[in-house]
Write a protein that binds this ligand. Structure first.
Ligand code: SAH
Length: 341
């Protein structure tokens, strides 16, 4: 039995071709799932009974349970229980351009970045493509709001769960389903180099963000263990390939850690690293976590760092802050241990 929300449009077409030589059933079923939003096969009226019975034997409707919802201003944080009782978090942010949902791609995370709360519990399992789709459906239903943007920046490393991420993008982008524009979808990675090459050939024009956080190997390896596996030279080479292949732009995320990666020298080193690249740098004020080791850079330091990049003609923005009061901000999401079996 397979979760029906794991099915991409093309997989469903194949399924129905085999079943009754009727490809168009995929379109009917997607309409029931993503426009009419039924949650059982019994609510479907335009597919004949024998076919529905067969579907019931092959698929089930998975469901996420909302364990907790916290909100603060324009942010809603959800603790969601998966059907095997593992938990993940997702955060909805209301922007002036639409509602953006930050979704989790794994239960726990193996990347162990020293500053990030999400990696304090090792990866337990992948979040399936269907469960990621359900993160959207569950929260849209709860808030009665449409989600226009999705960022895969919650718990987990999306490129450590590559195929599910690709299926997820295909499912939510479908014109017969949720119709989320590919340019409204952002995948963020800590830098799993082979997957960046693969992603360069992925046929959807989604945005790619790279968690950079340091402009040299010594510093980056001390913050992000993944850098010991894929050092900056290899990472940058992969990104150049991605940029050439896709003709797109990448965003580099750079959290501002007081006294660690926020000096003038490092700003200049960063300029050197990314100059001539079609990129944006997004400076992220560090959000405090239970790790007391790190503090947020002061406003003045962040502005100084920003100015240096700007003066050197690097596209740079400072991330608008969201959700800090309810621990819903970047790097604060976590899998809750107590809920684990
Ligand atoms: N694993 C992916 C997806 C997570 S995205 C990745 O690394 O890109 C979450 C972003 O928030 C990453 O850029 C991450 O480095 C950053 N982050 C982690 N902890 C943070 C914190 N405490 N404050 C601000 N940003 C943080």
């Amino acid at each position: 039995m397979e979760n029906i929300y794991n099915m991409t449009y093309s997989k469903l077409e194949k399924y129905f071709l085999q079943l009754e030589n009727k490809k168009y059933r995929a379109r009917q079923l997607f309409d029931w799932l993503y426009n009419k939003r039924v949650d059982s096969f019994d609510s479907i009226t335009n597919i004949k009974k024998e076919v529905l019975e067969k579907l019931k034997g092959d698929f089930y409707f998975d469901k996420l349970e909302i364990v907790k919802r916290e909100s603060d201003d324009l942010v809603y944080k959800y603790l969601l229980k998966l059907s095997d009782a593992n938990t993940i978090e997702a955060v909805l942010m209301e922007h002036d351009y639409g509602n953006s949902l930050c979704i989790s791609s794994e239960v726990g995370c193996n990347m162990a970045c020293s500053f990030c709360e999400s990696g304090k519990i090792k990866k337990i399992r992948n979040v399936t493509s269907g469960e990621m789709v359900e993160e959207i459906l569950t929260i849209e239903k709860d808030l009665k709001k449409r989600i226009s943007h999705v960022v895969i920046m919650g718990i987990g490393e999306p490129f450590d769960n590559y195929q599910n991420i690709c299926d997820f993008i295909e499912i939510v982008n479908s014109n017969f389903g949720l119709k989320l524009g590919s340019r409204h979808i952002t995948v963020s990675t800590c830098g799993i180099v082979p997957k960046i090459y693969e992603f360069a050939n992925f046929p959807y024009q989604v945005n790619l963000a790279i968690s950079l956080h340091a402009p040299n190997d010594i510093l980056r390896s001390s913050l992000m263990p993944i850098n010991k596996v894929y050092p900056l030279k290899e990472l940058m080479k992969a990104i150049v390939y991605y940029l050439e292949k896709t003709n797109r732009r990448v965003t580099f995320e750079y959290i501002m850690l007081k006294g660690i990666n926020d000096t003038k020298e490092l700003a200049l080193e960063l300029v050197n690293l990314v100059k001539n690249m079609n990129c944006y740098i997004n400076l992220i004020p560090y959000n405090e976590t239970n790790t007391l080791e790190y503090k947020r850079s002061s406003k003045e330091t962040i502005l100084k760092f920003y100015d240096i990049l700007k003066k050197n003609k690097i596209n740079v923005t400072i991330r608008k802050e969201f959700g800090n009061n309810i621990n819903a901000a970047c790097g604060q999401l976590k899998t809750i241990k107590e809920n684990l079996a």
